[in-house]
Design a binder for this molecule. Structure first.
Ligand code: MLC
Ligand code: AMP
Length: 499
């Protein structure tokens, strides 16, 4: 038995001099050097005690070494658990503990803050920064060779934590087959090849930047202009050297806000992909008017990778996410009965295919609630299929806010607010935001003299990553409820819009 993901994504590049990454300082990383670096990380991880099947939690910056660490984990049969660098030590403590990670790799600057977290979770703490860190040093000293650990299609390659509408975050278990099948499908659907240069400004701790962006390019053998994050000037400067870009809608609205972004600048581009959040039809049209390019919108999830995509050839229809990808079966089902609905009706989107994950780590009940015995995953997104087969996402059955492509689960914020002195209860809703699409606003019902908002902001900052922080706190006499006692979030969203 080989190693499914390693054999497809990394092994073919061994020793090759072609460029994998164009780096911000003007240097290039060759494919062969990247594969060699991965082997050094595999050795370093092994020397720290990691063994096949172990989890390696990683909260570090977006660096070439971060990708090599993922590749090293794959080579050594380890499960990669990437984490947002913006997460607080509280949040990290939960993920590392839940995943029962053998190793936590963090930024050298966070070593002190995360020492106790790692110890508490029984994980070994290693550090990785730009040209520094304990595992950086260990890899430098290691030989660029490591046995390729046998892993089959069903073996797990990564856990991606995704929050839930109730309770804590869940580790979505992704197998070698899940990741490889989707990367193969996308290379073909979007026509990626070795001549492509992907402008990569997405984070690499999520499906979009890691599996859709990076794995697709590794499979196609093309290069990436690897930017540490979204920087409008850097993106515009690099655009003439790229052939394709993938982004969340915020990327596109920000690009459109700059007059330098025009037809000439994008003349060498063949593809712009948008996903992770709804792209307004208005943005789609403005983009075409400005550049002559029609953005290709697609729809995916942490649990499923990519499900649906507008066509490469053929009409890319604004406001829709296109057709189910080859190998993906999609049904619109009744949210209550689970029965398939007739074409044209709105229901919950359910998907099945090699792309669909293996369940939530150590959460069989949650898995059973969302993943049916027949393999269909209940996405929680509401959609409809039109007469031509295009899928439109019309809303969400789940209580979720998407801000700049990051998911925010109101429940997680409400649970913290409800515990604060002076707050009887709370409700968090998403309101339209011109930059991020949606932003969270918290409604608070006071008790015992009312809350101290400064103290609340401090507690929220201590416990939650910045992007989850409510933009506003509004006091309200009582939360609007329906006859079943359920908080009516739609009414709160309307109320928030009036402030
Ligand atoms: C940053 N901030 C955010 C934020 N990103 N706040 C809310 N929502 C966000 N998404 C905070 C910063 O910490 C900062 O706080 C302030 O907002 C302004 O920061 P900024 O400089 O404007 O933000 P920037 O660094 O430019 O980041 C914005 C962004 C980034 C849109 C480029 O969020 C991003 O790259 N998003 C992509 C997320 C993604 O990849 N999602 C895919 C998930 S996978 P302060 O305090 O400093 O003011 C998935 C499946 C699928 O969903 O289908 O793909
Ligand atoms: P995540 O859990 O971070 O993977 O987010 C997945 C969610 O993002 C989906 O369930 C959708 O609600 C949303 N999403 C992804 N792509 C799109 C899209 N093109 N349009 C609308 N929503 C999207």
């Amino acid at each position: 038995m080989g190693n499914t993901l390693y054999d497809a994504l990394y092994a073919p590049h061994t020793g090759k001099r072609d460029t994998f990454l164009h780096l911000p300082d003007g240097s290039r990383l060759a494919y062969g050097d990247f594969v060699a670096r991965a082997a050094q990380f595999a050795r370093a991880l092994h020397d720290l005690g990691a063994r096949p099947g172990d989890r390696v939690a990683v909260q570090v910056a977006k660096l070439p070494d971060t990708l090599a660490l993922f590749a090293g984990c794959t080579q050594a049969g380890l499960i990669f658990v990437p984490l947002n660098p913006g997460y607080t030590p509280d949040e990290i403590g939960y993920f590392v503990g839940d995943a029962e990670a053998r190793i936590l790799v963090c930024d050298p600057d966070d070593e002190a803050a995360l020492g106790d977290v790692a110890t508490g979770a029984g994980a070994h703490l290693a550090t990785l920064g730009d040209g520094r860190g304990t595992i950086h040093e260990a890899a430098n000293a290691a030989p660029a060779e490591f046995p390729i650990v046998a892993r089959g299609p069903e073996d797990l390659a990564a856990f991606l934590y995704t929050s839930g509408t109730t309770g804590r975050s869940k580790g979505a278990m992704l197998s070698h087959r899940n990741l490889l099948s989707n990367a193969r499908t996308l290379v073909e659907a979007w026509r990626f090849d070795a001549d492509d240069v992907l402008l990569h400004a997405l984070p690499i701790f999520h499906t979009h930047g890691l599996f859709v962006g990076t794995n697709v390019m590794l499979l196609a053998g093309g290069a990436m202009i690897f930017q540490p994050g979204f920087d409008l000037d850097a993106l515009i400067e690099a655009m003439p050297r790229a052939t394709a870009m993938m982004g969340v809608p915020t990327f596109y609205t920000r690009l459109l806000s700059d007059e330098r972004f025009d037809r000439d600048l994008t003349a060498g581009m063949r593809l712009f992909v948008s996903g992770s959040a709804p792209l307004l039809a208005e943005t789609h049209r403005a983009f075409e008017e400005r550049t002559g390019h029609r953005i290709l919108e697609r729809y995916g999830m942490t649990e499923t990778n990519m499900n649906v995509s507008n066509p490469y050839d053929g009409e890319r229809r604004a406001g829709t996410v296109g057709f189910p990808l080859p190998g993906v079966t999609l049904e619109i089902r009744d949210p209550d009965t689970g029965a398939a609905l007739p074409q044209g009706e709105i229901g919950v989107i359910e998907v099945r295919g090699d792309n669909v994950f293996q369940g939530y780590w150590k959460m069989p009940e949650k898995t059973a609630e969302e993943l049916r015995d027949d393999g269909f995953f209940i996405t929680g997104d509401l959609g409809r299929i039109d007469a031509d087969g295009y899928v439109t996402i019309v809303g969400r059955a789940k209580d979720l806010i998407i801000s700049g492509g990051y998911n925010i689960y109101p429940k997680e914020i409400e649970a913290i607010l409800d515990e604060q002195p002076g707050i009887l209860e709370s409700a968090v809703v998403g309101v339209p935001d011109p930059d991020f699409g949606e932003a969270p606003v918290a409604f608070l019902v006071a008790c015992d003299g009312g809350p101290d908002l400064n103290a609340i902001r401090t507690e929220i900052s201590r416990t939650l990553a910045r992007y989850k922080h409510p933009r506003r706190y509004e006091l309200i006499a009582e939360l609007p409820r329906n006859t079943m006692g359920k908080v009516q979030k739609a009414a709160l969203r309307e109320l928030a819009a009036q402030y």
